[in-house]
Design a protein around this ligand. Structure first.
Ligand code: SF4
Length: 184
């Protein structure tokens, strides 16, 4: 919900969503039209449809319990590497990396420093780095901290390097936008 819409607009819709569909069974039992109507003000109309389809599949094939293993999660239409990592880490407390745009930007700047982050080779390298960095414990906190660092400090256009805890080891510091490919 937060990918395209600001937090203050998302919160009331998120609460409405949870009260209407507190379980996967409740979501699966709703009609696709009702689900789409609940979600509509948030954009991304394909997303509620996918969620509804996944809920139906989980209820039909897994008794309403979302599986936690990577292979099964990946088999659901619309679930990619980021969502698998988020579900495994946040919902199941597994040792799994999450690389969203913010995390990719932080890791790229700290460990690479300059160049184009959005090549296939670099995206693979960033995923490998994120997996290698995962701590043995408190993975939830680690992932959340990295995401927050990218969202609040190492932002795309004017990173707040002077208050950044990574400054001492960051290869992009002092930050120069001319040394980085397209920012986001
Ligand atoms: S020092 Fe600056 S560029 Fe490096 S991670 Fe921190 S905010 Fe980002």
């Amino acid at each position: 919900m937060l990918q395209q819409t600001q937090v203050d607009r998302v919160l009331p819709k998120y609460e409405e969503w949870l009260s209407k569909y507190p379980t996967l069974e409740a979501l699966a039992a709703a009609s696709p039209e009702e689900v789409a109507d609940t979600w509509r003000p948030l954009g991304y109309n394909a997303r509620p449809q996918r969620l509804h389809e996944i809920a139906c599949e989980v209820v039909a094939r897994y008794g309403g319990e979302l599986p936690s293993d990577e292979t099964t999660l990946r088999s659901f239409k619309g679930i990619g590497a980021y969502t698998v990592g988020a579900v495994q880490s946040f919902a199941f407390g597994r040792r799994a990396a999450i690389v969203d745009t913010n995390v990719a930007r932080v890791l790229f700047r700290v460990f690479v420093g300059r160049g184009d982050r959005k090549t296939t080779v670099m995206e693979k390298r960033i995923w490998a780095m994120s997996e290698a960095l995962l701590p043995r414990r408190d993975v939830f906190d680690f992932n959340q901290a990295l995401m927050d660092l990218g969202a609040l400090v190492c932002v795309a256009r004017s990173p707040r390097c002077l208050v950044c805890p990574m400054r001492a080891i960051c290869r992009a510091y002092p930050f120069n936008p001319d040394l980085e490919g397209p920012t986001s």
